[in-house]
Design a protein around this ligand. Structure first.
Ligand code: MTE
Ligand code: MO
Length: 498
């Protein structure tokens, strides 16, 4: 009984420390130590596993990781609380070690000065003071009942103050709201883009050819999405160039926006997966900026860094290619990029997977060589270059669906960005391959819808699809996993008619 009250004191002190450090971090506009530790855990997780976490758990992985970190932390604080019953100094040392861990994680993120350290110290002092206050009630009370009353009174006060600290910190960190408002006020000369006639084949259940921003897949390692105001945004272009340059948002937009349909796709998209979307992007050609900076001989890569320190490397040739519209995009489907999709500026490069090209919250372009750096995912075992592989997907019928026997419309999408899709074929129950009807596309950088018709008797059936790109090569039937450079294989779905 007694020791559980001490454990409780540890948990309350722990929670109060998390709250005050969070408030301090918010007030100082820096990352909270808890998030820094969660990020360190994420970065220390081996490549394949981290990737599974990020892609399989999907959008829930960030709150999960942070919540998991808090739960483990509070568990350790409970231990420290119990320890403080007999060995108060040992408890202090234990909390001190936890604070050092937080400090290391915060400093490990690099580059943000003393603010993260202040947040850690604030949390640590809170731990020690609150733990002393609470255990003091338990130690010194005349009777156990009086001790508990005193304890509960202090605990209530601490909870109230912690809550106020968090709310106050939030109010001080109105930065994100200000950025959302700045985004809402922007009037960009960006077109929404017109979906070509015949791009949508109208098969019910196939996603629309244009993916609305709200339905566009999301992949990023950031636990808290960066909020960068256009007025604060600067891009540095440097490295192996004759004239390093820096450019601001208005200057970038002032160069004139070009619009282009590009289908973006994640290397972690399983065969049949939905980590792919198609949008009308508006932005500034990267090749023009690189030409202005004057790329030196010997360079073969451009290393990008985002506001949150994520990095990726893109082959220089893909960015300078006059026939490939690699761009610094500012708008998606005619609207400024949503914060989660990289506001204010991101890269979009047709034909390459996102992890080697599509840097969101872009702030730095370094012209360099592949043999001089590794990027976030390449450090974790993913391929250095990531050309998109020709793939096709069945959207209708869904795997496991029940359809009426007889004639059934089938359809889906196929893509070979920057190469183009020449043909899609489907096969029912191992029979002959049938050519599918293809939707219209403006150029080779987007996905293509396909449609067909099958006649099925009651019972179990299997439908398969394969695409052939404009070089004449048909996608391989060999099943390969997403690691290290994209999945291969023919998408196959089983369904039931009757
Ligand atoms: N800053 C930053 N940019 C990033 C990433 C990231 O983790 N951080 N992920 C990349 C990956 S793996 C993909 S597939 C695309 C996804 O872009 P989207 O979230 O807008 O669909 O963004 C890329 N750009
Ligand atoms: Mo990705």
């Amino acid at each position: 009984m007694r020791s559980s009250w001490y454990a409780g004191a540890g948990v309350i002190a722990g929670g109060a420390g998390v709250a005050t450090s969070l408030a301090a971090a918010a007030a100082l506009r820096t990352t909270s130590p808890v998030v820094a530790v969660a990020e360190a855990v994420r970065d220390a997780t081996p490549g394949g596993l981290a990737d599974r976490l990020i892609h399989v758990v999907g959008h829930a992985d960030k709150p999960l990781l942070v919540a998991g970190t808090v739960v483990i932390l509070l568990g350790l604080c409970a231990l420290a609380g119990r320890l403080s019953c007999r060995h108060p100094t040992a408890a202090d040392v234990m909390l001190g070690l936890l604070a050092v861990l937080g400090l290391l994680a915060a400093v490990g993120r690099g580059g943000s000065g003393v603010a993260p350290a202040i947040a850690v110290v604030v949390g640590f002092v809170t731990w020690i003071v609150v733990l002393r206050l609470l255990t003091g009630r338990l130690h010194r009370a005349a009777t156990p009942a009086a001790g508990r009353r005193g304890f509960l009174a202090v605990a209530g006060g601490v909870a109230l103050i912690s809550g106020l600290a968090v709310v106050g910190g939030r109010a001080l960190s109105s930065g994100r709201r200000a950025v959302e408002e700045a985004r809402a006020r922007l009037r960009l000369p960006a077109r929404r883009g017109t979906v070509p006639a015949g791009a949508d084949l109208g098969v019910a259940g196939v996603p629309p050819w244009r993916t609305p921003a709200s339905a566009f897949y999301l992949i990023h390692t950031a636990l808290i999405v960066p909020a960068v105001a256009p007025a604060d945004w600067r891009l540095r272009i440097h490295g192996m160039v004759d004239r390093p340059l820096e450019i601001g948002y208005d200057e970038l937009v002032g160069r004139g926006l070009h619009g282009r349909w590009v289908t973006l796709c994640c290397v972690s998209n399983e065969v049949g997966g939905d980590l792919i979307g198609n949008a009308f992007w508006s932005g500034v050609p990267i090749r023009d900026l690189l030409a202005q900076a004057g790329v030196r001989a010997g360079a073969d890569a451009v290393k990008q860094t985002s506001a949150d320190g994520w990095t990726c490397g893109t082959p220089l040739a893909a960015l300078t290619d006059p026939h490939r519209d690699a761009m610094l995009a500012v708008a998606m489907n005619g609207r400024p990029l949503p914060l989660v999709h990289g506001f204010p500026v991101r890269m979009v490069v047709p034909g390459l997977y996102g992890y080697v090209s599509a840097t969101k919250w872009l702030v730095d372009l370094e012209v360099t060589r592949f043999d001089r750096f590794t990027a976030y995912w390449t450090q974790r075992g993913w391929g250095e270059r990531g050309p998109v592989k020709t793939e096709s997907r069945i959207d209708v019928p869904r795997s496991g669906a029940r359809v009426p026997a007889g004639r059934v419309r089938v359809g889906g999408s196929a893509w070979a960005q920057h190469t183009g899709i020449a043909k899609v074929e489907y096969q029912l129950d191992g029979g002959p391959w049938q050519p599918a009807l293809l939707g219209a596309v403006p150029q080779a950088d987007t996905w293509v819808q396909w449609a067909g018709e099958i006649t099925v008797a009651p019972g179990e059936h299997e439908l398969r699809v394969r695409a052939t790109d404009r070089t004449g090569s048909t996608q391989t039937a060999v099943r390969r996993d997403v690691l290290p450079d994209g999945a291969t294989g023919w998408h196959t779905v089983g369904f039931q008619a009757g």
